[in-house]
Design a protein around this ligand. Structure first.
Ligand code: AIR
Length: 187
């Protein structure tokens, strides 16, 4: 998998992106979240959305997080996907310093991820974080693309093809289910 270049110092490998500016910024509390967040990267790649990915922590690198949030909009980023586990302050702290929509991904670590889910979803009035399910990185990417599609017909068309492919996939799977035999199965 290739990761795009970013102007934020990152422990992640860089490269690819074809010199495009990122529309979506994926940020995670630690590179230990990457195995989950790779699903978001893969989905954005599939839908041909330029993105960047960085690891910054609300607790370990608070100044860098605030700078990231303040500068993201001027860099052309349209949607931020922020993921963290445990006491997951990152999405909320970012949402506090930007008017861009922030999609939060709770990462399962302790307590089956409920700690992160509640930390991300229970934001005070005025500072929303659109929270997906625990480890819901792929849905976060799709939601981000749905936001971009509101003002971009080419993206809207790719998104609509993707949704149609989901329908075809389940229809095919259901046909295959017909070949599964059980003594008492009637279809
Ligand atoms: N985390 C990092 N800084 C603040 C928080 N809440 C989260 C990371 C990761 C978890 O703590 O998002 O899910 C454990 O991080 P690490 O680096 O110890 O593996």
């Amino acid at each position: 998998m290739e990761h795009n270049k970013s102007n934020i110092s990152s422990p992640l490998p860089s490269g690819g992106g074809g010199g495009r500016l990122p529309l979506v910024s994926i940020i995670m509390g630690s590179t230990s979240d990457l195995p989950i967040m790779e699903k978001a990267c893969k989905q954005l790649d599939e839908l041909q959305i330029p993105f960047e990915v960085n690891a910054l922590s609300a607790h370990r690198t608070p100044d860098a997080v605030e700078r990231f949030a303040r500068e993201a909009k001027d860099r052309g980023v349209r949607v931020i996907i922020a993921a963290a586990g445990m006491a997951a302050a990152l999405p909320g702290v970012i949402a506090a310093s930007t008017t861009l929509p922030v999609i939060g991904v709770p990462i399962k670590g302790m307590l089956d991820g409920l700690d992160a889910l509640l930390s991300i979803v229970q934001m005070p009035p005025g500072i929303p974080v659109a929270t997906v399910g625990i480890n819901g990185a792929q849905n976060a990417a799709i939601l981000a693309v749905e936001m971009l599609a509101l003002s971009d017909d080419a993206i809207a068309s790719r998104l609509s093809n993707y949704k149609a492919s989901l329908k075809q996939k389940i229809e095919k799977a259901n046909k295959e289910l017909a070949d599964v035999k059980y003594e008492y199965k009637t279809n």
